[in-house]
Design a protein around this ligand. Structure first.
Ligand SMILES: [Zn+2]
Length: 224
């Protein structure tokens, strides 16, 4: 695979490096989005997150930044085992390896020795290239992360709004309000209305505040 080794190819497309549009939490500027390999359409070259240059394969190049392929993947949020080459290239490597395997009795015999394989790392190489990590799994992971972040932000906003409402009513915190409301005989409905909490959350908060409530009838029905 030496022909896929990293080689700067700026002479083919001068000034294709771009500015830091992204960054790591520690402020390190990135030339490509965290968690994604940016592939140049037409050439299939891959953008180095750290310097913005384009390479056929980042595997060898990232050593210049003091990384191994694995530590680079880890630092830039790429899936473990994700080949640091364009998908099409990685697929053609896998196809070549499968073809070589099919044609060569020696190779097949060699590959049959499982333990040997593990020791030489060949198995990992074959596994990584044969079952190429789908870029969609990275996308899925990113989408999930951004959904989670959005959810956390909305939850924090709701918490702040609730705290403000309770302060207006003269309570320092939710348990304080719930205990007071309960002692005055307020209904769950009115507590839900004041706090704008859903039933499940309200019941959980009541439990946490040490206030016994009637179990929801549905829950009773489900109890064996
Ligand atoms: Zn670089």
């Amino acid at each position: 695979m030496t022909n896929t080794a990293a080689a700067p190819v700026s002479r083919f497309s001068p000034a294709r490096t771009h500015a830091h549009l992204w960054s790591l939490p520690d402020g390190t500027g990135l030339h490509a989005p965290y968690g994604q390999l940016v592939i140049e359409s037409g050439t299939g070259r891959v953008c180095c997150h750290l310097c913005g240059r384009w390479y056929v394969s980042l595997g060898g190049h990232v050593r210049r930044h003091g990384h191994t392929a694995e530590s680079y993947r880890e630092a830039l949020g790429l899936c473990r085992g994700r080949p640091l080459v364009a998908e099409t290239l990685s697929r053609s490597i896998a196809a070549r390896q499968r073809e070589a395997y099919r044609r060569s009795p020696e190779l097949r015999a060699y590959l049959a020795v499982g333990q040997e394989l593990c020791m030489t790392g060949q198995l990992a190489t074959l596994a990584a290239t044969a079952h190429t990590t789908s870029p969609s799994s990275e996308l899925t992971r990113l989408r999930r992360a951004s959904l989670d972040a959005g959810r956390a932000t909305r939850a924090a906003r709701r918490d702040r709004a609730l705290a403000a409402r309770l302060r207006d009513l003269g309570f320092n915190d939710l348990p304080g309000y719930l205990r007071h409301a309960h002692s005055t005989g307020a209904s769950l409905r009115s507590m839900a209305k004041t706090t704008r909490l859903g039933w499940t959350k309200l019941r959980r908060e009541l439990d946490a505040a040490g206030i016994a409530t009637r179990p929801a009838s549905r829950r009773v029905a489900l109890t064996p």
